[in-house]
Write a protein that binds this ligand. Structure first.
Ligand code: SF4
Length: 355
């Protein structure tokens, strides 16, 4: 028999307040419970010690408070940390923590599988099974925080888990409502409290949804670009045939027109002899100058996976490409490949445990 209890993680503040008020509880109880869940990170109702025993019992009868199950966990030599998580229906996703010198980002998934079929992406070889709920998106970050004992929510800048990137498995704008809800929970100041400017949502370019999500959440924008023109991008990313590079850049212009301090991050996977020549770097510069986009680039070395049709660019090719972008005034850190010894290319851990 299906349980009629409600998953408490993933309810918006307003939803929690409404449910509690229907139960006859005062509004301030919702704030107390919210803080136990998202500021202190407790994993059962009995730890909510400023609530009466009766209320705790009522909460247990109404709600489920669960984390996803950790099925596999790996830490690479460079400290990249990867979890394979399973939800109550048995579906699984990956979450990755990528530490940097002065901070660290948790990369969160938004769908089980993905329908976008990008040719370079391991997740793109899996079909889309379903969207994640807001609770399943938020709870990935909570599992990471459990592992690093970062409860209650740290207020200083020494925390390990300082940033969030919505860039794991799935295309976030195909799961828009749940992503909006999750981002607003993750950035809520009474709870997990990751500042909106430290959260980046990366999309392959579902143009009509981009600005709506950014306006409703205040997070930053990254575009998976990976090509300087439509001819190449069409071969790498089928979605480009629907929303061309020009349409994406127009959406970026709109995003920047509302606030002069906004930058767009362009993710650019460096693929040997596909998109990594000096001419292609120059083409990219001309394109962004034409559209007057304020941008930074992430040049990402390709992490090869079994069966992929691509090879990583040489170190020299990456350096020359970066030089051209930098000379044109675009910040362009070259990322080192992370977690290679633990198959950190997104989607790999899941496929390995399935096979
Ligand atoms: S790169 Fe992103 S959008 Fe493209 S197939 Fe992979 S997960 Fe989906």
């Amino acid at each position: 028999m299906m349980s009629d209890k409600i998953e408490i993680i993933g309810l918006s503040k307003k939803e929690l307040e409404d449910i509690l008020s229907q139960m006859g509880e005062k509004k301030f109880r919702a704030k107390q419970i919210w803080q136990w869940l998202y500021f202190r990170g407790v994993q059962n109702f009995d730890e909510m010690t400023n609530l009466s025993k009766d209320l705790r019992a009522t909460l247990k009868n109404h709600f489920i408070l669960n984390r996803p199950k950790i099925i596999a966990e790996q830490i690479s030599k460079d400290k990249t940390h990867k979890w394979l998580l399973e939800f109550s229906d048995g579906e699984r996703v990956e979450t990755v923590y990528i530490p940097e010198a002065d901070r660290g980002a948790v990369c969160i998934s938004t769908q089980v599988g993905c329908a976008m079929g990008c040719k370079f992406c391991h997740t793109g070889t899996q079909t889309l099974t379903r969207n994640l709920t807001a609770g399943e998106i938020v709870s990935q970050f909570m599992v990471a925080r459990d592992s690093y004992h970062e409860w209650p929510s740290p207020t200083d800048e020494t925390r390990y888990l300082s940033n969030i990137v919505i860039m794991g498995m799935g295309e976030p704008l195909q799961n828009k409502e749940n992503v909006i809800k999750a981002l607003n929970i993750l950035s809520d100041g009474d709870g997990i409290a990751i500042s909106r400017r430290r959260i980046t949502m990366s999309t392959c370019g579902i143009v009509p949804e981009i600005n709506d999500v950014l306006e409703k959440t205040g997070v930053r924008l990254a575009i998976s670009l990976h090509a300087p023109n439509n001819t190449i991008r069409n071969t790498l990313m089928p979605i480009n045939k629907v929303y061309s590079i020009e349409k994406i850049l127009e959406a970026c212009q709109k995003y920047q027109s509302k606030d002069g301090s906004r930058y767009v991050t362009f993710e650019y996977l460096m693929l040997d002899k596909i998109n990594d020549s000096v001419q292609q770097a120059q083409e990219l510069v001309s394109l962004l100058k034409k559209y007057k986009i304020r941008a930074t680039f992430n040049l990402i070395p390709f992490n090869p996976w079994e069966g992929s049709a691509f090879k990583p660019s040489t170190h020299e090719a990456i350096k020359s490409f970066a030089n051209i972008l930098q000379k044109a005034g675009f910040a362009c850190p070259v990322r080192v490949a992370r977690g290679q010894d633990i198959s950190a290319a997104c989607g790999q851990l899941k496929s390995k445990t399935i096979s």
